[in-house]
Design a binder for this molecule. Structure first.
Ligand SMILES: Cc1cc2nc3c(=O)[nH]c(=O)nc-3n(C[C@H](O)[C@H](O)[C@H](O)COP(=O)(O)O)c2cc1C
Length: 134
């Protein structure tokens, strides 16, 4: 099974979701002072969206910094998006953007910290994804 990497802001929704998955995961720290981790195996990245009304700034600078590292970028295999449907057409915009930019599939989108159904779907989906992609 491959890895899981995520960013979560102070609101902690993505952190709660990943904790509920119960899978080993690497967190990109909120503060640059705490450093930027290096992935050591293929991974799926969980990307919450923080956009202004026009979709700008939708991806955290911490995620951009993480992906600017070529080693990290090379090991990226897929994206899971976090968002809120209240944002309409911009739902999960940041995750869609990163998936397109890095040419990897957007595997799933969930709202806030996800429902128990999201947790089940992502656990099963990741297991299948890594079976098919390793
Ligand atoms: C300033 C701000 C802008 C946001 N913009 C979007 C958006 O454009 N699209 C979307 O789907 N969700 C948007 N959201 C919702 C967040 O993606 C959602 O709350 C997510 O769960 C945050 O994850 P975190 O608590 O782990 O940081 C926005 C949230 C904030 C605070």
């Amino acid at each position: 099974m491959g890895g899981l990497v995520y960013y979560s802001s102070e609101s902690g929704n993505t952190h709660r979701f990943v904790t509920n998955l119960g899978l080993p995961a690497l967190r990109i720290p909120i503060s640059p002072k705490d450093g930027t981790p290096s992935a050591d195996r293929p991974y799926v990245l969980v990307v919450p969206t923080y956009a202004d009304g026009e979709g700008r700034g939708s991806v955290s600078k911490r995620i951009i910094h993480f992906l600017n590292d070529e080693g990290n970028r090379k090991l990226l295999r897929g994206i899971i998006g976090g968002g809120n449907r209240n944002f309409g057409a911009l739902y999960c915009h940041g995750a869609k953007f990163v998936a397109q930019k890095c040419a990897v599939p957007l595997l799933y989108c969930l709202e806030l910290s996800g429902t128990p159904e999201d947790v089940q779907a992502v656990r099963a989906g990741l297991a299948r994804f890594w079976r098919e992609n390793t």
